[in-house]
Design a protein around this ligand. Structure first.
Ligand code: ADP
Ligand code: TYD
Length: 208
C-alpha cells in the first residue's frame, strides 16, 4: 500500500484530542496491514523520554524559555535519529503526537516572542518537517477541561490559563496558514468518530 515512508504529525492545544486521533489512525492503518510507528513528543525514544520527565514535571519556573527550546530540541534530535528517520527509511508510516510546531508555539510564543530562536535551532539541528500535519482545532475552554480531567503529573503547560491557551490556538491557526501545503485544520469539537473520519480523509490520499 505504501511505497516510501510517510510522516504525519498531530498538533493542537492540550486536550484537543490529538492522542485519541493518533491512536485511532494508527489502529486503522494497522488493520489495513500498513507498517505504522505511533510515537510522541517530547519522547518517542528512550533518551527523549528521559528529557520528557525533565521538561514536563516539577516547578513551572524550573527552566527558562531558552533552556526549554534546547531541551525540547535535544529530545527531538534523539527521537529523529533513533525512531523517526529509521522508520521512514524502512518505508513505514510515522504518526507523531506533536512535533516541531509545538515548540514553535509553546516555547516560541508563551514567554515572549522566541520564534526566531526556535526556527534557527530547528534549521540547525532538525531540518525535517512532517509530510502532513493535522491540526485538531478547538476552543481552549473545552480542551483545558478535557486535559484537566486526566489529572497527571505532567501539568506544567496545562496550567498556562485560558488567555495563553487562546493565544496558542490562534498561533496554531496562523501556523497552518504559514505552512499551508502540509497543514490540514480539523474541527476537534465533535465526537471522536466524526473527527476520525476527517483525519482519514486527510491521510488516505497520501497512501498510494
Ligand atoms: P490531547 O492528546 O490533545 O491532549 P486526548 O486525546 O488525550 O487529547 O484527549 C483528552 C481527553 O478528552 C481524553 O480524556 C479523551 O478521552 C477525551 N476526548 C478525546 N477526543 C474527544 C472527543 N472528540 N470528544 C470528547 N472527548 C474526547
Ligand atoms: P502532550 O503529552 O502532547 O500533552 P497533551 O496531551 O496535554 O497535549 O505534551 C505535553 C506538553 O508538552 C504539552 O503541554 C505541550 C508541551 N510541549 C512543548 O511545550 N513544547 C514541545 O516542543 C512539545 C513537543 C510539547
Amino acid at each position: 500500500m505504501i511505497r516510501s515512508g510517510l510522516f504525519v504529525s498531530f498538533e493542537g492545544i492540550d486536550g484537543s484530542g490529538k492522542s485519541t486521533q493518533a491512536r485511532t489512525l494508527a489502529d486503522r492503518l494497522r488493520a489495513q496491514d500498513v507498517d505504522v510507528i505511533h510515537t510522541r513528543e517530547p519522547g518517542g525514544s528512550p533518551g527523549a523520554e528521559e528529557i520528557r520527565a525533565l521538561v514536563l514535571q516539577g516547578d513551572p519556573d524550573r527552566w527558562s524559555a531558552e533552556t526549554e527550546i534546547l531541551l525540547f530540541t535535544a529530545a527531538r534530535r534523539d527521537h529523529l535519529e533513533r525512531t523517526i528517520r529509521p522508520a521512514l527509511e524502512a518505508g513505514k508510516v510515522v504518526i507523531c503526537d506533536r512535533f516541531a510546531d509545538s515548540t514553535r508555539m509553546y516555547q516560541g510564543l508563551s514567554r515572549g516572542n522566541l520564534r526566531a530562536k526556535v526556527d534557527a535551532l530547528h534549521d540547525l539541528m532538525i531540518g525535517v518537517e512532517p509530510d502532513l500535519t493535522l491540526l485538531i482545532d478547538m476552543d481552549p475552554e473545552t480542551g483545558l477541561s478535557r486535559a484537566k480531567a486526566r489529572n497527571t503529573v505532567e501539568e506544567r503547560f496545562e496550567d498556562f490559563g485560558a488567555s495563553l491557551q487562546e493565544a496558542m490556538r490562534a498561533g496554531f491557526l496562523a501556523l497552518a496558514e504559514e505552512y499551508a501545503d502540509r497543514f490540514r485544520v480539523i474541527d476537534g469539537a465533535r465526537d471522536a468518530e466524526t473527527v476520525a473520519e476527517d483525519v482519514w480523509a486527510a491521510v488516505s490520499p497520501h497512501l498510494t
